[in-house]
Design a protein around this ligand. Structure first.
Ligand code: NDP
Length: 334
C-alpha cells in the first residue's frame, strides 16, 4: 500500500504578507526510513509568527527555508516507522515536522512527549516552545518583582497570554494590550489580568495612562513599531523592555520602524534586551516542570486555537497577522 503525503513547499519569498501563492502544494508518496531515520505521522502543527522570518533569505538565528523545500513548522506526531535506536513505533514526538502529513528523516532535535500526561496540543502551547518563550523572556530577561507593573503586547496571543499569567503568579500588576473587546475581556475575566487596553479602539497613550498610573516596570513586547514607541514614553527608572517579537514589522515592505522614543531608556537608566528562546534550551526541563505544576494546580490556563485541516495552512497562517487567533494557533492535521 502506498501512503500519500500532502506537502506545502516554499515556492517564492513573499514581499509583504504571504499568500497561497507563496507555497506550492504537492502530493508525494511516503518512503521508508533509511538508517538513523524515522517516519512520523504529523498530528498537530504549530503556527508561529517566526515562520514569516524563515521565508526571508536573510541571516537570522536559524537558516531560511530554501525555495522548493517543505515549509518548516514545529509539530507533534506519532512515529509510524523507525530505523533509529532512540525512537520506537507508537511513540509521540515533538520536532520540526514541516507542513505535511508525514515527516521522513533524521529526528534532529526531536524529543518525546506523552499524550497520557497532557493533551497533545499542550505540547505546542504551554508545555512547548510558546510556554518556554513566555517563561524565560519574562522571568529571565524581564525579571519582574512583586508589586511591579508589567505590560504585555499581543497579550491574548500564545506567548502573551502565558507571560501575563506568569507575571500574575509572581505578584505583579499585569496589563495586556490586545485588539478588540473580546480579547480584552478574555484577558481580564478569564486569565486574571488586572486591566487591558484595546489598541484598536482606544488611544494607546490614554490607555496606558489609565491602566498604569505608576508607570511601567517591565514591558514584554511582542509587537514593536508604534506600540513599543508608546510604551517607552511610560517606563519607570530601571525598567526592562523585553524584545520578544515585533510582529507589526514582519511583513514590512519598507525598513523596520525603530523606536523613536528610545531616549527614555537613557533618562530612566532602563534597558531593552532581545531574546531567542533556543538560547534557553538547556533549561527547558526546569521551566516545563514549573509550567506543568501551575497547569495542574489550575493557576495557569493554556489557550489553544485549533483549526482543522492541513489544506487551510496558507489562510490559517494569516490569522497571526490579522489578529484572527486567540491563544496558540495550531493546525490539526486531518
Ligand atoms: P500570537 O498568538 O501572539 O499571534 C500574533 C498576534 O499578534 C495576533 O493575534 C495579533 O493580536 C497580534 N498582531 C499581529 N499583527 C499586529 C500588529 N500589526 N499590531 C499589533 N498587534 C498585532 O503569536 P505568538 O504568541 O506565537 O508570538 C508572539 C510574538 O512572540 C511574535 O512576535 C513572535 O515572533 C514572538 N516569539 C518570539 C520568540 C523568541 O524566541 N524570541 C519565540 C516565539 C515567539 P491582536 O488581535 O491583539 O492584534
Amino acid at each position: 500500500m502506498t501512503t500519500r503525503n500532502r506537502q506545502f513547499l516554499l515556492a517564492q519569498r513573499p514581499v509583504g504578507l504571504p499568500s497561497r501563492e507563496t507555497f506550492s502544494y504537492v502530493e508525494s508518496v511516503v518512503g521508508e526510513p533509511g538508517p538513523g531515520q524515522v517516519l512520523v505521522r504529523n498530528l498537530y502543527l504549530s503556527l508561529d509568527p517566526a515562520m514569516r522570518g524563515w521565508m526571508n533569505d536573510a541571516k537570522s538565528y536559524i537558516p531560511p527555508v530554501g525555495l522548493g523545500e517543505v515549509m518548516r513548522a514545529l509539530g507533534v506526531g506519532q512515529v509510524v516507522a523507525s530505523n533509529h535506536p532512540d525512537f520506537a513505533v507508537g511513540e509521540h514526538v515533538n520536532g520540526a515536522l514541516g507542513v505535511q502529513d508525514y515527516f521522513l528523516g533524521a529526528p534532529k532535535g526531536f524529543y518525546k512527549v506523552d499524550p497520557r500526561r497532557a493533551p497533545l496540543p499542550l505540547y505546542l502551547s504551554a508545555l512547548g516552545m510558546t510556554g518556554m518563550t513566555a517563561y524565560f523572556a519574562l522571568l529571565d530577561v524581564g525579571a519582574p518583582k512583586a508589586g511591579e507593573t508589567v505590560v504585555i503586547s499581543a497579550a491574548a496571543g500564545a506567548v502573551g497570554s502565558i507571560a501575563g499569567q506568569i507575571a500574575k503568579l509572581k505578584g505583579c500588576r499585569v496589563v495586556g494590550i490586545a485588539g478588540g473587546a473580546e480579547k480584552c475581556a478574555l484577558l481580564v475575566d478569564e486569565l486574571g489580568f488586572d486591566a487591558a487596553i484595546d489598541y484598536k479602539n482606544e488611544d494607546l497613550h490614554a490607555g496606558l495612562k489609565r491602566t498604569c498610573p505608576k508607570g511601567v516596570d517591565v514591558f514584554f513586547d511582542n509587537v514593536g513599531g508604534d506600540i513599543l514607541d508608546a510604551v517607552l514614553t511610560r517606563i519607570n527608572f530601571r525598567a526592562r523592555v523585553v524584545i520578544c517579537g515585533a510582529i507589526s514589522q514582519y511583513n514590512n515592505k519598507q525598513a523596520v520602524k525603530g523606536p523613536a522614543n528610545y531616549l527614555t531608556l537613557l533618562v530612566n537608566s532602563a534597558r531593552m534586551e532581545g531574546m531567542v528562546v533556543m538560547t534557553y534550551a538547556p533549561r527547558f526541563a526546569e521551566a516545563a516542570q514549573d509550567m506543568a505544576a501551575w497547569l495542574a494546580a489550575g493557576q495557569l490556563k493554556s489557550k489553544e486555537d485549533v483549526i482543522e485541516g492541513l489544506q487551510t495552512f496558507p489562510e490559517t497562517l494569516l490569522k497571526l497577522f490579522n489578529g484572527g487567533n486567540s491563544g496558540k494557533l495550531i493546525i490539526k492535521v486531518d
